[in-house]
Design a protein around this ligand. Structure first.
Ligand SMILES: *[C@@H]1O[C@H](CO)[C@@H](O)[C@H](O)[C@H]1NC(C)=O
Ligand SMILES: *[C@@H]1O[C@H](CO)[C@@H](O)[C@H](O)[C@H]1NC(C)=O
Ligand SMILES: *[C@@H]1O[C@H](CO)[C@@H](O)[C@H](O)[C@H]1NC(C)=O
Ligand SMILES: *[C@@H]1O[C@H](CO)[C@@H](O)[C@H](O)[C@H]1NC(C)=O
Ligand SMILES: *[C@@H]1O[C@H](CO)[C@@H](O)[C@H](O)[C@H]1NC(C)=O
Length: 158
């Protein structure tokens, strides 16, 4: 096992979302809640903090007639579309085990989460690092459905 400090050196920085896939089986893939063209950014600091922000760019998921702060004339349905297709969370992070190319890390326990159920929870992710630290794959296996969700990120400024 590589000391976490060396892995954190590779992770530290800002990453832009390339794409995400939900692979159920060879004959059945599904689209994520963030549509076919999600955009996002994940940031890791050398002092072991992180934040992640992802949103759909599909117009139907982002009614253009609502603005922040919400107005009385906005419909709850329109805001619900935004809520269902946007994700934001932040907190500390740690590396459970691994080396410079693959292992497991934990986002959290989360000190901020747009999704109420994730607040205060640790979110485990498998990681694989490619191209010497330029591309990061974060992935999870859903124990109930077997769906493998993969998020691909490219480091900004490299
Ligand atoms: C599901 O995704 C995998 C990996 O990208 C691909 O090999 C497979 O052909 C896809 N299956 C379908 C039905 O699209
Ligand atoms: C806002 O736009 C959406 C389509 O993006 C539409 O479904 C909705 O009815 C509009 N809401 C209002 C209050 O005009
Ligand atoms: C990292 O660990 C994996 C096994 O989990 C191993 O296959 C790989 O060679 C290791 N890479 C390095 C750079 O040590
Ligand atoms: C990481 O990958 C392993 C092996 O593929 C899997 O069993 C485990 O559930 C994954 N971890 C998470 C957090 O999904
Ligand atoms: C695809 O797989 C998911 C998860 O196992 C399941 O809920 C869904 O019904 C499947 N869809 C099709 C079209 O087989």
């Amino acid at each position: 096992m590589t000391p976490p400090a060396q892995i954190v050196q590779l992770l530290a920085g800002a990453w832009t979302l390339l794409n995400m896939t939900n692979i159920c089986s060879s004959s059945n893939n599904s689209t994520s809640s963030y549509g076919l063209h999600p955009t996002g950014q994940i940031i890791y600091t050398p002092s072991f903090y992180m934040s992640a922000n992802i949103m759909s760019t599909t117009p139907a998921d982002r009614p253009a007639n609502i603005t922040y702060p919400s107005k009385d004339t906005d419909t709850d349905h329109d805001w619900a579309q935004v809520g269902k297709h946007t994700m934001s969370y932040a907190g500390p992070f740690s590396v459970t085990w691994g080396n410079e190319t693959n292992g497991e890390l934990v986002h959290g326990p989360l000190t901020f989460s747009a999704a109420p159920g994730w607040f205060g929870t640790p979110q485990k992710r498998n990681y694989t690092i490619y191209e010497g630290g330029k591309v990061l794959n974060l992935w999870t296996v859903n124990k109930d459905t077997g769906v493998v969700a993969r998020l691909w990120w490219r480091k900004l400024g490299t």
